[in-house]
Design a binder for this molecule. Structure first.
Ligand code: NOJ
Length: 748
C-alpha cells in the first residue's frame, strides 16, 4: 500500500512537472523560478539530485582522463546533468532524447563546449582579439560564435577565459586578454554580453562560464597548473576584477581553476567560492569544476580520498563536477554519514536547474536542435567577412623600417618562405572548438588571391619545419628568395605550442627558424616577417635584423586573407599589444604597470649601479604594452585638462589632439594612463584607465576626450578598503604605455 502511494505521488508529480514544462513561458522573478525549482526538488530522489551535479564528456575532445565511457547509460539512469564535448544536431538530439524521454523526470541536459574563439568560423585567438582594442568587434564575434554553436545543439560555452597573466611562458596567455586588469575587465564583460545576448531563452544565445576562478594566470614560473601564491592585495587588485566584471555582465556560471591559491586549491576554497563569490559579489549562478579538479584535491594534498575531495568541494561551494565523477560516486554516502548536508546538495541542484529554466530547456529541450539552422547559420559569408576583418584588426605591426610594408601593388615576384606559410591546421590556434583545418585560409592562399588582383608571381618554400633542426630545405628557400623582389617569411610556433599544458621555458623563435631567417635577411632584399604564435616571444635577433615584422598570432579560418589585406594596405594595421614582449625570459614577470621601487633607474643616473636594474639587460620591454605601428604616423599634441584640481564629486575632462601625419587613412588606439603619485600603499608607475580607437583620415586631426572621476582612482588602501585618496595624479595620453604626453592634477 505504502509503495503504491509513493508511486501515486511520483505519478502526480510527473504530471505536474509536464504541466509546468508546457506552461513555462518566461518566468520573470526569482521567486517564480524558485517555486518551480522547489516543486521539482520535491520529486527528486537523492540519486537524481546528485545526477544533476554530474557533467560528463562525450569523449569527442578531452583534456584529461576520460572517466565516463558509459555516459549514455548514465544519462538514461538520470545520473547526468550535462554533457560536454558533443555537438551537431543529430548527436545532441539523441543525447537529449535519452534524458528527456528515458529518465523518470525527464530533466533536460545542458550541453557545454569550449567555444573560445569561434565555433566553426574560427576568429583570431583571444589574445590576438584583445590586440584589436575593438570591443564591439569582440562582442560581434561572440554573437557569431553563439549563433553557430547553438545551431549545432550547444547551449553553454566554457568562456570567457579572463585570467590575467604577466608571464608569457604560460601557454594559456593565448586564451586571455593579456596583462591588463582594466582592459581585461572590459573584454570579459563584452564577451559575456556577446554570448548571452539580451535573451537567454532565445535559441541562438549561450550561457557563458567565466574561468578559471581564480588567478590561474599566475602559476609559479609560468608552468601550467602550478602553485599560485600571492597577497590578497594583488589578488584583489590585479587578478579578480575581470571575473567580477564578467559576472556583473550576467555570466551564469563560473569555472574553478586547477591551481591552489595561498595553500588552498581553488576547487576546495570556501573563501573564494562562498565568502567572496556568493557572499561579497552576490553571484547567483552555478559553479563547475575545471575538469577533474575535485579528484585533483588528492594529489594537491588536501583530501585523503575521493569521498573527502567531494565533501571539500561541495562545502566550498562547487555545484557541478566536470568529469571526475566524484560527486556521483561518493556524495550519497557522505550524506548518509552526515559529512555533507542535503541542503548543500539541494542548493547546488537548484542553481543548475535554474540555468536550465533560464535557457528555456524545460519549455523545449530540443530548441537548439534545428537542422535548418545547422545548415544555414554556419560559416556564412557574413561571418567569414567579419573574421577576415578581425584578423587584420588583431595583427600588430612591430617593426617597419624604411616603409618595407606595405608591399607595393606593382610588385612582380613574391617568395613566401617558412614553415607556417601554408599550414592550415596551425591557423586554427589552440581551442579551436569545431573549427576545421580545411576551412582555413593560409597566408599562401591569401597571397594567391591577391596575385589575381595585383598580378605578381608567387612561389612558396617551407625552408624548414617549425621545430625540427633539419636545414635541408634552406637551399631551395634561399634560391626562391633570390629570384623574388619581395620575401615574406612565415615563422613562429605551431598552434598547439600555446594553450593548455603548453608552457615553455624558452619563448624564442625555434633555432632552426632563426637560422632560416638569418640566411634570408642576409640577402638584403625587402623582407617582411609574419609571425604566428600564441604568446609574446623574445625577438631580439629578429628585431635587430628584419626590416619589417608583423605579429599575426593565429587568425583562424580567415587568417591568410586578413594578413594579405594588411600586406597590401587593403587594410591598415591598427592592433596594439596587450601583453609586453620581453627581451629575454629573465625579465619575466614583466608588465607595464610595475611599481617604481625605492631605487628606480632615472634619466639622470642611467648607469649608476645600485639601482633596481639588471647588469645584462635593460629593464624595459622589447615591445611595450599598448605598442603597435601603423603605415601612417600620428602626432599627439595639446594634452589639456579642464581643471588642475578636482573634488571627489567632479569629473575631470581630458582632451588631446591626434593628427594623422602620414600617407594612409587609419585607426589609432589612443590610450589614457594615470599614476597616483603618493598613496598609503605604493601604486604602479602607470595604470590604463581608458582608450579610444579613432579613425583619422590622412592630414586630418581629431580631438579625443576622456573623463576621469574619483571612482576611477580607487585602489585597495592600507586598510584594504577599495577607495581613492586625495593627492596628486599624473595623466599620460599616448600611443602606447611607454610614450606620450603628460599632465597632472590634484584630487582634493
Ligand atoms: C580544461 C581546461 O582548463 C578548461 O579551460 C576547459 O574548459 C575544460 N578542460 C573543458 O574542456
Amino acid at each position: 500500500m505504502k509503495i503504491k502511494f509513493t508511486y501515486l505521488i511520483i505519478f502526480l508529480g510527473a504530471l505536474l512537472l509536464q504541466a509546468c514544462n508546457r506552461t513555462q513561458t518566461k518566468l520573470q522573478t526569482d521567486s517564480e523560478w524558485q517555486s518551480k525549482i522547489d516543486s521539482l526538488l520535491e520529486l527528486m530522489t537523492i540519486d537524481e539530485k546528485i545526477g544533476q551535479l554530474n557533467l560528463l564528456t562525450s569523449g569527442w575532445d578531452v583534456t584529461g582522463p576520460n572517466m565516463s565511457e558509459n555516459y549514455q547509460q548514465l544519462i538514461k539512469e538520470g545520473k547526468v546533468g550535462g554533457i560536454f564535448n558533443a555537438f551537431t544536431v543529430k548527436y545532441i538530439s539523441e543525447l537529449q532524447r535519452l534524458a528527456v524521454e528515458e529518465t523518470r523526470l525527464g530533466i533536460p541536459l545542458l550541453f557545454g563546449y569550449d567555444v573560445i574563439h569561434g565555433h566553426r568560423t574560427i576568429f583570431p585567438i583571444p589574445l590576438a582579439q584583445s590586440c584589436s582594442w575593438d570591443l564591439a568587434l569582440i562582442e560581434q564575434s561572440e554573437q557569431v560564435a553563439a549563433r553557430e554553436a547553438s545551431a549545432e545543439g550547444i547551449n553553454w560555452t566554457f568562456a570567457p577565459m579572463v585570467d590575467i597573466s604577466r608571464d608569457p611562458r604560460w601557454g594559456r596567455v593565448s586564451e586571455g586578454a593579456g596583462e591588463d586588469t582594466w582592459l581585461g575587465s572590459q573584454i570579459g564583460a563584452v564577451r559575456v554580453r556577446g554570448f548571452q545576448g539580451t535573451d537567454l531563452s532565445a535559441n541562438n544565445t549561450l550561457i557563458s562560464c567565466v574561468k578559471h576562478f581564480a588567478a590561474y594566470g599566475a602559476p609559479q614560473a609560468g608552468r601550467d597548473y602550478h602553485t599560485v601564491d600571492m597577497s590578497e592585495r594583488s589578488l584583489r587588485e590585479w587578478y579578480l576584477p575581470p571575473y567580477k566584471a564578467a559576472i556583473d555582465a550576467g555570466a551564469v556560471s563560473v569555472m574553478t581553476s586547477f591551481n591552489e591559491i595561498n595553500g588552498v586549491p581553488a576547487t576546495s576554497n570556501h573563501w573564494l567560492y562562498t565568502d567572496l563569490l556568493r557572499g561579497e559579489w552576490g553571484f547567483e549562478g552555478f559553479t563547475v569544476t575545471d575538469y577533474s579538479s575535485i579528484y585533483e584535491l588528492i594529489p594537491h594534498g588536501v583530501a585523503a580520498d575521493s569521498a573527502m575531495a567531494g565533501e571539500l568541494a561541495l562545502k566550498a561551494g562547487i555545484d557541478m563536477d566536470m568529469q571526475a565523477t566524484v560527486y556521483q560516486n561518493h556524495l550519497k554516502q557522505s550524506v548518509e554519514k552526515g559529512t555533507v548536508t542535503m541542503q548543500k546538495i539541494d542548493a547546488a541542484v537548484s542553481r543548475i536547474i535554474k540555468a536550465k529554466y533560464r535557457l528555456g530547456l524545460f519549455d523545449d529541450p530540443y530548441k537548439y536542435c534545428n537542422l535548418e539552422r545547422e545548415k544555414t547559420e554556419i560559416l556564412t559569408p557574413e561571418s567569414q567577412a567579419l573574421a577576415r576583418d578581425f584578423v587584420s584588426k588583431s595583427c600588430v605591426l612591430l617593426k617597419n623600417d624604411r616603409q618595407t610594408l606595405p608591399i607595393p601593388k606593382t610588385v612582380k615576384k613574391i617568395a613566401l618562405i617558412g614553415p607556417l606559410g601554408n599550414s592550415k591546421v596551425d591557423m586554427l590556434g589552440n581551442w579551436s572548438a569545431a573549427g576545421r583545418a580545411e576551412d582555413c585560409v593560409t597566408l599562401y592562399e591569401g597571397l594567391q588571391e591577391k596575385s589575381l588582383s595585383y598580378h605578381f608571381s608567387l612561389s612558396y618554400e617551407k625552408g624548414c619545419d617549425v621545430l625540427d633542426a633539419s636545414t635541408a630545405g634552406f637551399a631551395k628557400a634561399i634560391q626562391a628568395a633570390k629570384n623574388a623582389d619581395y620575401i615574406v617569411l612565415a615563422l613562429g610556433e605551431h598552434g598547439n605550442m600555446s594553450g593548455e599544458a603548453a608552457s615553455r621555458t624558452d619563448i624564442g623563435l625555434p633555432e632552426v627558424q632563426q637560422k632560416l631567417a638569418d640566411a634570408i635577411i642576409a640577402l638584403k632584399k625587402p623582407v617582411v616577417v609574419v609571425l604566428f604564435n600564441g604568446r609574446p616571444l623574445t625577438l631580439n635577433e629578429l628585431d635587430a635584423t628584419a626590416p619589417a615584422i608583423l605579429e599575426a598570432w593565429f587568425g583562424g579560418t580567415q587568417a591568410g586573407n586578413g594578413i594579405a589585406d594588411l600586406l597590401f594596405a587593403d587594410a591598415i594595421p591598427s592592433g596594439k599589444l596587450t601583453m609586453t614582449f620581453p627581451h629575454s625570459v629573465g625579465q619575466i614577470p614583466i608588465h607595464y604597470n610595475m611599481k617604481n621601487t625605492g631605487r628606480p633607474v632615472t634619466p639622470d643616473n642611467p648607469d649608476y649601479k645600485y639601482k633596481s636594474r639588471y647588469i645584462d639587460s635593460p629593464n624595459e620591454a622589447l615591445y611595450p604594452f599598448g605598442y603597435g605601428l601603423s603605415y601612417t604616423t600620428f602626432e599627439y599634441k595639446d594634452l589639456m585638462l579642464n581643471a588642475k584640481n578636482i573634488s571627489a564629486a567632479d569629473t575631470l575632462q581630458i582632451t588631446v589632439e591626434v593628427s594623422n601625419t602620414g600617407n594612409f587613412d587609419a585607426h589609432e588606439v589612443v590610450q589614457l594612463y594615470i599614476r597616483d603619485v603618493v598613496g598609503s600603499v605604493t601604486r604602479p608607475v602607470k595604470e590604463l584607465k581608458g582608450f579610444e580607437k579613432v579613425y583619422i583620415p590622412k592630414n586630418e586631426s581629431v580631438k579625443v576626450n576622456f573623463k576621469i572621476s574619483a571612482n576611477d582612482l580607487r585602489f585597495y588602501n592600507l586598510k584594504m578598503d577599495y577607495t581613492f585618496e586625495p593627492g596628486f595624479f599624473k595623466v599620460f595620453v599616448g600611443p602606447n604605455s611607454a610614450e606620450g604626453l603628460s599632465e597632472s592634477f590634484e584630487l582634493r
